[in-house]
Design a protein around this ligand. Structure first.
Ligand SMILES: [Zn+2]
Length: 289
């Protein structure tokens, strides 16, 4: 038995990934499909995934959810692809599990994990941007995870720019220029109707320079606000295109960031891959102990 043994649960649109974690080491994992028929079925499914693991010596459970989480009310504020609507997440899980519960946005969980065990180790001011279907991110501020909305993908980088994705009614958001979905849309414009982000990468297409530029503009604003010393880029598209996005991103950062902050900023590839959200949820569980 260890006082640091916890369970981390990453709730995704299609699957629930849960694991027993001790000092950053993943001891056991289970994967369940995400129930999407009703909110009750979703909470039951989360509890079932936890009960499938060995609870021996486990002190708390942390959840990474694809939703904003309001610390003032304890409410999850709704997600796009799963039945989670304005609900007291902790109360619902307390009804189903006899363990302390922690909860945080999934992208913040991934940033937390990268800071503790991956690309952010050794820093006090660190950020991540995950370029996948959408763009997510998290911030470590003064050595601690910033428990805020941190919808970094919905930062405006072009005033009155292109419409954002999915349920977002905004314009000119980072996500609309730098997500894998945006890259595939751009590929269809510059290569052909069936092209995807993967083709841009394979062809070393100059359109990646424009995407890198937009990414760098966004990173520059984050550095100006949070004084970041390192930024890690993750997500399927972000990791695959990293080397090709970097030069233009770096030039934009040098232009946008005040003083020497742009030159000093380290931009790295995220290291933990798909397990980052689950490992970070485990760190949230530790805070609930
Ligand atoms: Zn948006």
């Amino acid at each position: 038995m260890s006082p640091n043994r916890v369970i981390g649960v990453d709730l995704g649109g299609t699957k629930i990934l849960a694991g027993v974690i001790e000092d950053g080491r993943v001891l056991q994992t289970v994967e369940h499909p995400t129930p999407t028929t009703s909110q009750d079925a979703l909470f039951d499914g989360l509890a079932a995934a936890v009960r499938d693991l060995s609870l021996d010596g486990v002190g708390a459970v942390g959840f990474g959810i694809p939703s904003r989480f309001d610390y003032r009310t304890g409410h999850a504020l709704g997600a796009v692809n799963i039945p989670l609507r304005e609900v007291d997440f902790i109360a619902e899980m307390n009804r189903r599990l006899d363990l302390p519960i922690g909860v945080e946005n999934d992208a913040s969980c991934a940033a937390y994990a990268e800071h503790a065990h991956g690309a952010g180790r050794g820093t006090s001011y660190f950020g991540t941007l995950t370029l996948g279907t959408g763009v997510g991110g998290g911030i470590i501020f003064a050595g601690k995870l910033l428990h805020a909305w941190t919808e970094l993908g919905h930062m405006v980088i072009v005033a009155d720019g292109v419409p954002c994705q999915g349920a977002c009614a905004g314009r000119g958001h980072l996500e609309a220029y730098c997500s894998g979905t945006a890259a595939s849309r751009i590929a269809q414009e510059v290569i052909g109707a069936h092209a995807t982000a993967h083709d841009l990468i394979e062809q070393h297409h100059p359109a990646l320079e424009t995407i890198g530029h937009h990414l760098g503009v966004g990173i520059g604003s984050l550095v100006n606000i949070f004084g970041l010393e390192r930024m890690a880029i993750g997500g399927g598209f972000g990791v695959a295109a990293f080397e090709q996005l970097l030069p233009a991103a770096r030039r934009a950062v040098l232009r946008e960031v005040l003083g020497d902050g742009g030159r000093d900023l380290q931009i790295e590839r995220a290291l933990l891959g798909e397990g980052a959200g689950m490992i970070g949820a485990g760190l949230i569980a530790l805070e609930a102990l």
